[in-house]
Design a protein around this ligand. Structure first.
Ligand code: GLU
Length: 286
């Protein structure tokens, strides 16, 4: 019998702003679970969006996590340094004929669904892509791509589900096997002209390359797991065990967010909060 893999957990922040107590909850739960399992705790910096990610936010993330008393393995994987890994995975999906370039802007998509109030939306609330792959012949797509037009690469969901050929499930800790519903996302974007990946593709490639056995993250990402399961299956990658935790809410019951002005860990620290208090608040009700 092969040895069981070392339990390996990760916290995967995007350095596009300061961390708040919600991030602290994810980080601490992963760190504690790794410790309890005698396993590894990794940090992965998810910085594929070069326009929004900043080195100063990344530096602040490490400072905040150290202040909370966490420790992690070095070196830390930074997604921006691994585009070739994502491009290789994308190539494999393209090789199976499951990916196509789309040229419609967000505004065009919005306009196309405006007159159809019952047009389905994805779990994040965005309208499903309303233009079928067959709305343009492949030769025309290729011509526009080669002409240098901006495009998004989309997963042909119908073809991908047909290729998968079976109902997919993921293991949710405490709940058992959950049926994946990738169709709820329609023809999801998995790469763009300038970047050979999206969050969905990079996360499954990295979780596999880093040997992640357990993913603990906020429940707001639970619906994305359906896409992740499908990509894992299509790429022949192992599936971690998932646990989606409840979000830290503010006094009005809203999820913490930068746009609502939720206090960052830096701000709480500046107000004199101790790490022990921050940990207690972050885990309160988790
Ligand atoms: N980078 C994602 C975020 O900051 C988390 C990704 C994940 O845990 O799968 O929301």
């Amino acid at each position: 019998m092969p040895d069981a893999p070392t339990p390996t957990f990760r916290f995967a922040p995007t350095p596009n702003g300061p961390l708040h107590l919600g991030h602290a909850r994810s980080a601490i739960l992963n760190f504690e679970a790794a410790r309890a399992a005698g396993g590894r705790f990794l940090i992965r910096i998810e910085d594929i969006d070069a326009t929004r990610c900043r080195p100063e936010f990344e530096a602040a993330i490490f400072e905040d996590l150290s202040w909370l008393g966490l420790d992690w393995e070095r070196p830390v994987r930074r997604q921006s340094g691994h585009m070739a890994d994502y491009a290789a995975a994308l190539d494999r999906l393209e090789g199976k004929g499951l990916v196509y370039p789309s040229f419609e802007s967000r505004a065009e998509i919005r306009r196309a669904v405006e007159a159809r109030p019952d047009w389905p939306r994805d779990p994040d609330g965005a309208p499903l892509f309303p233009f079928a792959r067959t709305s343009m012949v492949d030769a025309e797509r290729e011509r526009r791509r080669l002409a240098g037009e901006p495009y998004a690469l989309r997963l042909d969901m119908r073809a991908a589900l047909a290729r998968a050929g079976q109902k997919l499930f993921w293991h949710e800790e405490g709940e058992g096997m959950i049926p994946a519903d990738p169709a709820a996302w329609g023809d999801v974007v998995i790469a763009r002209k300038e970047v050979p990946t999206s969050y969905h593709l990079a996360v499954v490639v990295d979780d596999a390359l880093q040997g992640i056995t357990h993913v603990i993250r906020g429940v707001d990402l639970k619906p994305s797991t359906s896409v992740h399961r499908l990509l894992q299956h299509l790429l022949g990658l192992p599936a971690p065990i998932y646990r989606h935790h409840g979000l830290v809410l503010d006094a009005e019951g809203r999820k913490l967010s930068k746009s609502l002005g939720s206090p960052s860990l830096v701000a709480l620290r500046a107000q004199g909060m101790t790490p022990a208090e921050a940990r207690r608040l972050a885990l309160d009700g988790a």
